[in-house]
Write a protein that binds this ligand. Structure first.
Ligand code: GLN
Length: 479
């Protein structure tokens, strides 16, 4: 039997469209792989086996009838469990959404389905996407497929681990401060955070609305580009969606003459030699293929993490106010008939439904937004945000793409950072500025550590220049 689990999404779609493979067999092979691997890796919160086989048969029927089955015909896709699929529970890795079933499809899910993708399940994540290791999931931690004693990264750790272990060729994650790129790097796969506004967030449970983006995780750049072609473009249902014409993302333009900027501030102390070696390897490869290098400076980068930890918790405190034990999911009013007062219900439901990291963020955000502190914290963070954005505008006058590490370290051990939130937050020093500036970023595998762990590098581009970004990423494949 053909082992479809080693095939790329592009190869599967081409074979299904060309009647060389049946979507049902492709789905069956991946479900089999999930049954064998997932008890060890634990990437999935929910596997939709029957639904996937049914969807795959519909794709096969379309092909048989000569109708266009779409760009992702028969491609098994896993979705981070903060994306709504109609009729399926959305948990956000939290207990507070217990019993909640999504009443509608997220726009990205609708587009995936239109393009013939087969949704095979919902993946584990840090609760409400707050974390860098998937250990903040209320259910269980996911393991890194390359070393089960290590984290897969986070918060889209389930999606990255599912792709890295051959359970799916493609997954979607969300990235507010690095949650697609950092787990992609830890798991040795490609992770793209598109420009703010390029992909609709309608149907994504909001964490920090001015930073959140949905993007693909795949085993190669071409597949990430194919997924972006399918899911991107204007959506009237998301008020932050940018007006844009549908476009097809081609990754073949090369890097000849491209100016690669090296931000001085991203090479500071604390960088592990292995991580630095990955950046050097990427640089040498880009140069060998005709790119030039220029030095750039992003002086306000040093404020990015502190700015993020005002902005993101502030927005989260507002976004998560809706989970109050009355409207969605878990409620002590149902669990305990004695608690009938509204305030008691709010307090007890939120107190029991949210985990410690989510509570910490809500408290930080509520404090930063409170009367008398708003200007000192939120207002000031917004002003620093403008400075960070301007640094990038300036850097992109001299460079087309920036090259940086993804994370300061390769995948760390399970439990290594759980008792020290600040250490966990610092995993994202190199990824957060991209979200703050609203630009595009991608994490591409770039070799291994001496101990055999995957390493990634990050490329950043101007807004809406994903075609350039992905072409540069393509030049790094196979390193
Ligand atoms: N690790 C960061 C955080 O905890 C980023 C998370 C994300 O991108 N969703 O907030």
């Amino acid at each position: 039997m053909t082992d479809y689990t080693s095939w790329s999404a592009s190869a599967i779609a081409a074979a299904v469209r060309g009647k060389k493979a049946k979507a049902e067999d492709v789905a069956g092979a991946h479900l089999e792989r999930i049954r064998a691997e997932d008890p060890k890796v634990r990437a999935f919160i929910r596997v939709l086996a029957d639904e996937a086989l049914e969807a795959a048969r519909e794709v096969d029927a379309k092909v048989a009838e000569g109708r266009d089955p779409g760009l992702l015909a028969g491609v098994p896709v896993a979705l981070k469990d903060n994306l709504n699929v109609r009729g399926v529970p959305t948990t956000c890795g939290s207990k507070i959404l217990e019993g909640f079933v999504a009443p509608y499809d997220a726009t990205v899910v609708e587009r995936l389905k239109l393009h013939g993708a087969v949704i095979v399940g919902k993946t584990n994540m840090d609760e409400f996407a707050m974390g860098s290791s998937t250990e903040n999931s209320a259910f269980f931690p996911t393991k890194n497929p390359h070393d089960h004693a290590r984290v897969p990264g986070g918060s889209s750790g389930g999606s990255a681990a599912a792709v890295a272990s051959g359970m799916v060729p493609l997954a979607l994650g969300s990235d507010t401060g690095g949650s697609i790129r950092q787990p992609a790097s830890f798991c040795g796969v490609v992770g793209l955070k598109p420009t703010y506004g390029l992909v609709s967030r309608y149907g994504l449970v909001a964490f920090a609305s001015s930073l959140d983006q949905i993007g693909p995780i795949a085993r190669n750049v071409e597949d990430a580009a194919l997924a972006l072609t399918a899911i991107s473009g204007f959506d009237p249902l998301d008020s932050t969606s940018a007006p844009s014409q549908p476009r097809s993302y081609d990754v073949s333009s090369g890097v000849q003459g491209l100016r690669i900027g090296l931000p001085a501030e991203y090479a500071g102390p604390g960088l592990e030699p292995d991580v630095k070696a990955a950046v050097d390897r990427a640089l040498a490869a880009l140069r060998a293929k005709g790119a030039q290098t220029v030095d750039v400076s992003l002086p306000n980068t040093k404020h990015a993490v502190s700015t993020y930890y005002i902005l993101a918790p502030s927005e989260a405190s507002a976004n998560l106010a809706r989970f109050d034990g009355m409207r969605y999911g878990f409620s002590t009013a149902r669990a305990n008939a004695r608690l009938t007062g509204l305030l008691e219900t709010y307090e007890a439901s939120r107190g029991r439904g949210f985990g410690p990291e989510v509570k910490r963020r809500i408290m930080l955000g509520t404090y930063a937004l409170s009367s008398g502190y708003y200007d000192a914290y939120y207002g000031r963070a917004q002003r620093v945000r403008t400075l960070i954005k301007r640094d990038f505008d300036e850097a992109f006058r001299n460079a087309d793409v920036l090259l940086t590490p993804v994370a300061p370290t390769p995948a760390f051990k399970l439990g290594e950072k759980t008792s020290d939130p600040v250490q966990m937050y610092l995993s994202d020093v190199f990824t957060i500025p991209c979200n703050i500036a609203g630009i595009a970023g991608v994490s591409v595998p770039c070799g291994k550590t001496k101990g055999g762990l995957p390493l990634g590098v990050q490329l950043l581009s101007r807004p809406f220049e994903e075609h350039i970004l992905l072409a540069a990423a393509k030049a790094l494949e196979g390193l």
